[in-house]
Design a protein. Structure first.
Length: 119
């Protein structure tokens, strides 16, 4: 199964600070065509309720229905690579407004990727 950027999926998300994985919603940031065909993996971002803490660059998801989520959540810029074979079902897709907000947050977090190196 392949996924497009800004699809919301369920996948085992690796926790670098705990050495464990937990199935959770995640946001696909790279599709098969733009990264996955050469690597077999997708870059994903964590989706969380964010109740316990806040991280820089968190993006609240405004349209929960489009994203397939039931509770208020944020896209947390905890990024990981996951094999396409391990990504579970697609449950939704970010609405255009939410996708733009995530893209802007990624651009602030990774200015070189947004073409703003050295600003």
């Amino acid at each position: 199964m392949t996924f497009d950027g800004f699809d919301v999926v369920v996948t085992p998300f690796p926790f670098a600070d705990r050495g464990v994985q937990r199935k959770r919603p995640a946001l696909v940031l790279s599709s098969l065509e733009d990264f996955g065909s050469a690597t077999g993996v997708s870059i994903i971002a964590m989706i969380t309720t964010g109740r316990a803490s806040q991280w820089p660059f968190d993006v609240p998801i405004g349209d929960l229905e489009a994203a397939g989520l039931r509770h208020p959540c944020v896209v947390r810029m905890k990024l990981a690579t996951v094999s396409f074979a391990r990504i579970g079902p697609k449950i939704g897709r970010l609405a255009e407004r939410d996708a733009r907000a995530v893209a802007e947050s990624l651009g602030r977090m990774l200015p070189i990727a947004a073409g703003r190196a050295g600003e």
